[in-house]
Design a binder for this molecule. Structure first.
Ligand SMILES: [Zn+2]
Length: 69
């Protein structure tokens, strides 16, 4: 049991990276991909995206995004 802790645990969490869709234009922010054009690297969780980040396509704020399953 003690030897089963390792990288696998974090990898499975990354695999569950969420996606958030813009309510206005349908742009999808994927936590796995980030938004490199805005300086947000791949793997950035939604709650670490700056609160002043705006949708690259239509310019609305994070409050107009909805999490997808
Ligand atoms: Zn948008």
């Amino acid at each position: 049991m003690t030897q089963e802790r390792g990288a696998g645990r974090n990898e499975s969490e990354l695999a569950q990276a969420g996606e958030w869709v813009c309510n206005v234009c349908g742009y999808v922010y994927s936590e796995g991909q980030g938004c490199p054009a805005d300086g947000i690297g791949p793997g950035t969780p939604w709650d670490q995206v700056p609160s002043d980040w705006l949708c690259p396509d239509c310019g609305v704020g994070k409050g107009d995004f909805t999490q997808m399953d």
